[in-house]
Design a protein around this ligand. Structure first.
Ligand SMILES: *Cc1c(COP(=O)(O)O)cnc(C)c1O
Length: 293
């Protein structure tokens, strides 16, 4: 399958620079955005390994878990999601959706999630009928898939490419696919303690590849945290450009880009590609009517 997402110019951000948006959010209503690309080679590997099941790990609002449930079903594979909540907590729209696509949900609880995850991975062996994918799709196979976002779309001529960063897998794919003169910028949406950089570096094919920059000032307090300024920004972006964004990733990304332009971060003549990585599901946790889209 070869898909051509649409590139939209964001006219209101800058009078001089070319600011374009790669609308991966328009790819598919469920496997929206970067998740399709990140999962494609994991699914391929699972099929090649001859397993009947894929499994992964995630929080109760994980776009990755929903995308995996759907993609696995399409590929004729069973799926298991190990979830970082307790079974007696109210379900979320994301988990209900994953279940709807046939995913078996196993609730690992909020404490000891990482050690429980490690012991599940340890006890699965080469003969296992399950193919495991790390939390959030993190890993080199995910980065290889994410690289195809950039090789299958016309992105090589931009001076800058800017992406939101969760696990950093998409950004690593972007860096691996970029041409040497391109400058890659990642905007982390988590308040991380510095580990994200080594996690990204672990996925780079060529350690001497062009440098990339992480800008840590746009996380708005941490994962899935938002505030009235961001909500106003999201509504304004919808009103002026008809661009829908989500509270977890793309509002922080585009808010950051607009701010950087206002601070003259980019050269006057620079062309900038922003990756709209999809995933509006996070907005379902807002009260109805908060957003105008
Ligand atoms: C998952 C996701 C990301 C983060 O991708 P990583 O590869 O984990 O960094 C960014 N944007 C959206 C919309 C996502 O759903």
């Amino acid at each position: 399958m070869h898909i051509k997402p649409y590139i939209q110019s964001i006219l209101s951000f800058s009078p001089s620079q070319k600011v374009d948006l790669l609308r991966l959010d328009l790819l598919h209503p469920i496997v929206s955005g970067n998740k399709f690309y990140k999962l494609r080679f994991y699914i391929k590997a699972a099929i090649e390994n001859g397993v009947s099941k894929v499994a992964s790990f995630g929080g109760p609002y994980s776009n990755h878990i929903v995308a995996l449930a759907f993609t696995a079903k399409e590929a004729g594979l069973k799926s298991i999601g190990y979830i970082r909540t307790n079974a007696d907590e109210p379900t979320t729209p994301s988990l209900a959706e994953a279940k709807h696509y046939g995913m078996e949900l196993v609730y690992l609880g909020r404490t000891d999630f990482q050690s429980k995850k490690a012991s599940i991975l340890e006890t699965s062996d080469a003969k296992s009928d399950t193919y495991f994918i790390d939390e959030g799709g993190y890993g080199s196979i995910g980065a290889k898939g994410a690289a195809t976002i950039f090789t299958e779309n016309d992105t090589a001529h931009y001076d800058y490419i800017v992406c939101a960063v969760g696990t950093g897998t998409m950004l690593a794919g972007c860096i691996n696919a970029a041409s040497p003169n391109q400058k890659i910028i990642g905007i982390p949406v988590l308040k991380n303690e510095g580990s994200i950089e080594s996690e990204i570096n672990a996925l780079l094919l060529d350690k001497n590849n062009q440098p990339y920059t992480l800008l840590n000032q746009f996380h708005q307090g941490g994962y899935a945290k938002t505030n009235p300024t961001m909500i106003d920004f999201m509504n304004r972006l919808w009103d002026t450009e008809k661009i829908p964004t989500d509270i977890v990733y793309t509002s922080k990304l585009l808010f950051g880009v607009e701010q950087l332009i206002q601070e003259n971060y980019f050269e006057k003549e620079a062309s900038i590609l922003v990756v709209h990585s999809g995933g509006l599901q996070g907005n379902r946790s807002l009260p109805v009517g908060t957003l105008r889209f």
